[in-house]
Design a protein around this ligand. Structure first.
Ligand SMILES: *Cc1c(COP(=O)(O)O)cnc(C)c1O
Length: 405
């Protein structure tokens, strides 16, 4: 028999779990909106399981807080949103998977296209039963990843416009260096995109929506000109989760990280002086120490690069990771906290207010970016979603269950 909400919540709380503060997401939407011109529309980017935070509850929270669009990378992610009953416009940002075009169009997803082949494949799949397939043409202005070359954009636009099975709803580009200290190439890409918009306008083609900014560009105010045709949209991801795009582009001071990762010690034990801990004995106790065993490892998304350098927080005290992070377990030293027993909560990742590692700290220790730290959080880590500080939903390997009051 499937466990009910209360049982799934209790199970999650008893082990490793993530707490997702939906009010923080809403506050972050406000913090970003407050920095944008009034007319600019917000797309909440929820690809990769909402940057590890949990797709469906986060998508709903962002929409309720004022995001008008959702952005995903893959058609499957868009189908999952539709499966949960979300009817807001959804743009699939990445190159379309041709094997999923039919379901994508049936589900009323908006598709990004970057080549004549993309356009032709979608035209073939569009039955016309639901009106024309809505496309956003991606123009490569310098990212050198996905998108039509600038000098081929007009021809592709004209092919879309001429096909009654298709509608050119949007035009967009993506910046390569919006989060770098030097804004030079960001400005250059913005200039190139403006050229494309002018070119289309001269040919009497005016896509209804136009977008260029990710979080970093949005925070820098590079959101496109208002004097050219098209509703302006920004595609914000990382900042909505309360994390900074980079050191050069911090999150707004009123944004807060929405995710906290907690575990509970399964065992507390003494390690004698001279004994090694965990695989390879990379840590050898110099004196007798007290250790706690946490049921979390790289299989949960806790990087193995944190071996012997990361820390958890127990009762506001930093407790260093001793030895290697394993797939499912990690040992911390709890000598500095007295009276620790099995069942003791330990904070792994959060906003840093209790001295715990932030996603930025972990990224620095592991030589990566906060994006990867939160996105790495594995499916087997249950997410507990909070509103007003109270759990309102749990997602675990059995799926999403919401509290029914
Ligand atoms: C992921 C992504 C975004 C969001 O980027 P953030 O830096 O998280 O704001 C925007 N646009 C595209 C095309 C993306 O792939």
């Amino acid at each position: 028999m499937a466990l009910a909400f209360a049982d799934r919540l209790a199970a999650a709380q008893a082990g490793t779990h993530a707490l997702i503060d939906l009010d923080a997401l809403a506050g972050n939407v406000q913090a970003v909106r407050a920095r944008l011109p009034e007319d600019v529309v917000l797309m909440g980017v929820v690809k990769a399981n909402a940057y590890g935070h949990g797709l469906i509850p986060c998508a709903r929270a962002l929409l309720a807080a004022g995001a008008r669009w959702l952005g995903v990378a893959r058609i499957e992610e868009g189908l999952a949103l539709r499966g949960a009953g979300i009817t807001a416009p959804v743009l699939v940002l990445g190159p379309p998977n041709y094997a999923l075009l039919q379901p994508a169009l049936d589900a009323d997803l908006t598709l990004a296209v970057g080549s004549a082949a993309d356009v032709a494949a979608i035209a073939r799949a569009a039955s016309g039963d639901f009106g024309p397939a809505r496309l956003h043409l991606k123009v490569d202005t310098g990212m050198r990843r996905f998108g039509v070359e600038m000098d081929e954009a007009l021809e592709l636009v004209q092919a879309i416009v001429a096909d009654p099975r298709l509608e050119l709803e949007g035009l967009f580009t993506h910046f390569a260096t919006a989060d770098e200290p030097d804004p030079g190439f960001l400005r250059e890409q913005a200039r190139r995109f403006r050229q494309v918009r002018h070119l289309l306008a001269r040919h009497g083609i005016a896509p209804r929506v136009v977008h260029q900014a990710n979080s970093a560009a949005a925070l820098r105010g590079v959101v496109g000109d208002a004097d050219l045709p098209g509703e302006r949209l920004v595609r914000a991801g990382i900042v909505l989760y309360g994390l900074p795009p980079s050191a050069a582009v911090p999150a707004p001071p009123d944004a807060r990280p929405a995710l906290q990762l907690e575990t509970r010690l399964a065992r507390v034990f003494t390690v004698a002086a001279g004994e090694g801990i965990s695989y390879g004995h990379t840590y050898v106790a110099g004196r007798e120490i007290r250790c706690g065993l946490a049921p979390i490892g790289y299989g949960d998304g806790l990087s193995r690069l944190l071996s012997n350098c990361g820390w958890f927080v127990v009762r506001s005290t930093r407790c260093p990771i001793r030895g290697r992070v394993c797939m499912d377990q990690t040992v911390i030293e709890v000598s500095r906290v007295s009276g620790v027993e099995a069942g003791e909560p330990a904070l792994v990742l959060g906003d840093g207010r209790s001295g715990e590692m932030t996603a930025v700290d972990i990224a620095e220790l592991c030589g990566t970016i906060p994006y990867e730290v939160v996105t790495a959080l594995a499916a087997r880590v249950p997410r507990i979603f909070l509103r007003g500080g109270q759990p309102v939903a749990v997602s675990d390997l059995a799926g999403l269950v919401e509290e029914r009051p």
